[in-house]
Design a protein around this ligand. Structure first.
Ligand SMILES: CC(C)(COP(=O)(O)OP(=O)(O)OC[C@H]1O[C@@H](n2cnc3c(N)ncnc32)[C@H](O)[C@@H]1OP(=O)(O)O)[C@@H](O)C(=O)NCCC(=O)NCCS
Length: 164
């Protein structure tokens, strides 16, 4: 059993260990990390999953700001769940909570780099047919989900890092 709560400053080291475990220590070389360099995640959208009894960290989700056609949009990730607890619904719960918070803060569009087979079930679709790309990233892995109806409109082009 797990509970969700705001990420706490004290989660920091455990989150780094979890990300190394899930994505490898060379993860900082990934294209999406260029969007995270020199800036922090969006306040209020970072959520941790913890074991109900012991309080140990089981999963985490964060969102970073990015620019599309001059508009601030969200880049979801990293999302990671402890390998010993995958398949228990933690990833699903973190995504649902993160998107709920993002919507409540007025964001209209969420993008991510990930496996379409996983994210398709949460309403994400390929970004390339909308003429939206992340330079240097495989277009098939960039997914998007509109969270405010009509927001996507005619937004298109390359996703750019937000100002530091
Ligand atoms: C991907 C990840 C976040 C999913 O978290 P999770 O807590 O295991 O997922 P859930 O338990 O909520 O599973 C939801 C469903 O997705 C499925 N699923 C999990 N990973 C999948 C994948 N890579 N492709 C397709 N389906 C997947 C599960 O089987 C489950 O299916 P079900 O509802 O039909 O039983 C987790 O496995 C993880 O941290 N993996 C390593 C890091 C990673 O790949 N992060 C995502 C960025 S691309």
């Amino acid at each position: 059993m797990f509970i969700l709560s705001d990420e706490r400053p004290a989660d920091g080291a455990a989150i780094e260990r979890l990300l190394d475990k899930c994505f490898g220590c060379d993860r900082h070389g990934k294209r999406s990390y260029a969007y995270r360099r020199d800036r922090g995640p969006v306040d209020g959208l970072s959520v941790s999953a913890r074991a109900r009894e012991q309080g140990t960290l089981l999963g985490n989700i964060r969102f970073w700001p990015a620019l599309l056609d001059g508009e601030e949009v969200l880049l979801l990730g990293p999302l990671a769940v402890d390998p010993d607890h995958q398949g228990e619904g933690i990833g699903r719960a973190l995504i649902a909570e993160g998107l709920k918070r993002a919507r409540a803060r007025g964001y209209g569009l969420v993008l991510l780099v990930g496996d379409p087979a996983y994210y398709g079930r949460f309403g994400f679709e390929p970004a390339a047919p909308h003429d939206i790309f992340m330079p240097g990233e495989d277009p098939a892995r960039l997914q998007l989900r509109e969270i405010r109806p009509g927001y996507l409109g005619r937004l298109r082009g390359d996703l750019r890092p937000a100002d530091p």
